[in-house]
Design a protein around this ligand. Structure first.
Ligand code: AHR
Length: 510
């Protein structure tokens, strides 16, 4: 069995960018069984719930310190009319969810239910407003309804619906995928609308919105540049740029095992070639984040405008026998490795990248949690979020790679098989390590300089095969265990990783 080697240097006394906790953000759309069944079961359900929200899912997400939740879409956001989702449930009009399964949505989960869910989770709400089929006034009213106190028309309506105090809503999306399901617009058309809709998404009563413009698909750098060019205050003093109409732009990037949209590959039954294609595609996140950041740097060198990746993750064919419009897929060790890789890229780009939201949290695409009636299974991806939770709001310490021979080379292409990132806070540091090699082990040597340190604890997520996954019958087939593969040699942290594994090492800093 071959072993790849990576040798890097890390200065623990030199602070890189802060890794925003919002890089560990989430996304819940009215899609398949994400909201209904996944989060919301209703007050009368035999499944244990608080005000209709299932307790087991909330507890699991609190344990990974879920920082924010994006809602109601996705594509659904641009056909969602929020007024239909407030007031007495039995009086709410229904609608057709044309994007996802063509099912009738009864609007029983609406604004109040979402805000309650965020309160239960301790997560900050990220609301996606409707640009594709909504109006400026409708979005403006929604902001007022949520965030304004006093005797304004929308605050009065909110009170009539049972909520006296306004909520705090920090994050506001100005549409979703406006280049596609959100209206099939050009970058130029959308840029004008983003300015108009953002203008009327007001700050009320000290609630300061962080408005996120719907940015490009994947590597559409023209879209990013068109948005950036429209920021008229650039060139002026940095302080004044906070008055730009929107504060960030988002892009989406999904990982597939093939380029054929009709055959994205099975979540659990894949061969070595599909695995290599998956990892090659996953690594593209690095090039794409850096690409958008470079475009933004040209217009905003001080990085006052944030880059957000508010949809990312693996997207496979749906599980056999499930509704093709519900996007329900299993989640294997391969998914966990894709997540480990993404987080290292996110940490390395934390200066510009301020938020990321995995798609999606429950029962859809690369989920944390899969539910089956009253039962719930934590996925391998969940465990990566759990093991990496210590990076949230920590200070990054870039890994300078001195040398590495850890590469896969094959017919489908070439990629690095070892990746790592380091952060610290107060008296401890967290090192994450991913070995993407399907068959070989890997050794990472990090010369840790600038502070004295000791290995405190280490954990590993591994399994006999890449296809291993958790089910109701076997919920811990892929779960973290204590790891003895990390040691100190002089000032070097040496970590021996088995094939296809993800590990974290906690250090005590003197
Ligand atoms: O996450 C599923 C869908 O993927 C979202 O609704 C859409 O924004 C994207 O195309």
């Amino acid at each position: 069995m071959s072993t790849g080697n990576l040798h890097g240097v890390v200065d623990l006394d030199v602070a890189g960018a802060t890794i925003s906790r919002h890089l560990y953000g989430h996304f819940a759309e009215h899609l398949g069984r994400c909201i209904y069944e996944g989060f919301w079961v209703g007050e009368d359900s035999p499944i244990q719930n608080t005000a209709g929200v299932r307790d087991d899912v909330v507890q699991a997400l609190k344990e990974i310190s879920i920082p924010n939740l994006r809602w109601p879409g996705g594509c659904f956001a641009d056909e969602y009319h929020w007024m239909n989702g407030v007031g007495p449930r039995e009086e709410r009009p229904s609608m057709v969810n044309t994007h996802w399964g063509d099912v009738v949505e009864d609007n029983s989960f609406g604004t109040h239910e979402f805000m309650q869910l965020c309160e239960l989770l301790g997560a900050e709400p990220y609301v996606s407003g409707n640009v594709g089929s909504g109006t400026v006034a409708e979005m403006s009213d929604w902001v007022e309804y949520l965030t304004r106190s006093g005797d304004a028309p929308m605050s009065r309506l909110r009170r009539e619906h049972g909520r006296t105090e306004p909520w705090k809503v920090p994050f506001w999306g100005i549409g979703n995928e406006s280049w596609g399901c959100g209206g099939n617009m050009t970058a130029e058309q959308y840029t004008q609308l983003a300015s108009q809709f953002s203008t009327y998404a007001r700050n009320h009563d000290g609630n300061e919105l962080y408005r996120i413009a719907a940015g490009p698909n994947r590597d559409d750098y023209h879209w990013t540049e068109t948005l950036m060019k429209s920021i008229s205050t650039l060139g002026g003093p940095v302080e004044e740029r906070h008055h730009t109409r929107w504060q960030a732009l988002s892009f989406h990037y999904y990982t597939h095992a093939s380029d054929d949209w009709q055959h994205k590959g099975s979540a659990t039954e894949f061969d070595a070639e599909e695995y290599h294609r998956t990892i090659l595609n996953a690594w593209r996140i690095d090039e794409i984040v850096r690409g958008h950041a470079r475009v933004m740097d040209a217009y905003d060198p001080e990085a006052t405008i944030g880059l957000v990746c508010d949809e990312w993750g693996t997207w496979w064919d749906v599980e056999p026998g499930t509704n093709p419009g519900f996007l329900f897929q299993q989640n294997t060790l391969r998914d966990a490795l894709v997540a480990g890789l993404h987080f290292d890229v996110f940490h390395a780009n934390a200066r510009r990248l301020v938020m990321a939201n995995i798609a999606q949290t429950v029962n859809v695409l690369q989920a944390m949690v899969l539910t089956d009636g009253a039962k719930m299974v934590l996925t391998p991806t969940y465990h990566v979020f759990a093991m990496n939770a210590g990076h949230q709001d920590a200070t990054s310490h870039p890994v300078q790679v001195v040398s590495s021979d850890a590469r896969y080379r094959g017919e489908v292409g070439e990629y690095a098989t070892l990746t790592t990132s380091v952060s610290s806070r107060e008296g401890s540091a967290l090192v994450s390590l991913t070995n993407l090699d399907a068959e070989g082990g890997g050794t990472v040597r990090l010369d840790l300089r600038g502070r004295d340190w000791q290995v405190a604890t280490a954990k590993i997520l591994a399994a006999p095969s890449l296809q291993a996954h958790n089910t109701v019958q076997d919920p811990s087939a892929v779960a973290p265990v204590a790891f003895d593969g990390a040691r100190r040699e002089g000032d070097t942290l040496v970590v021996d990783l088995p094939p296809h594994s993800f590990a974290t090492v906690e250090l005590t800093l003197a």
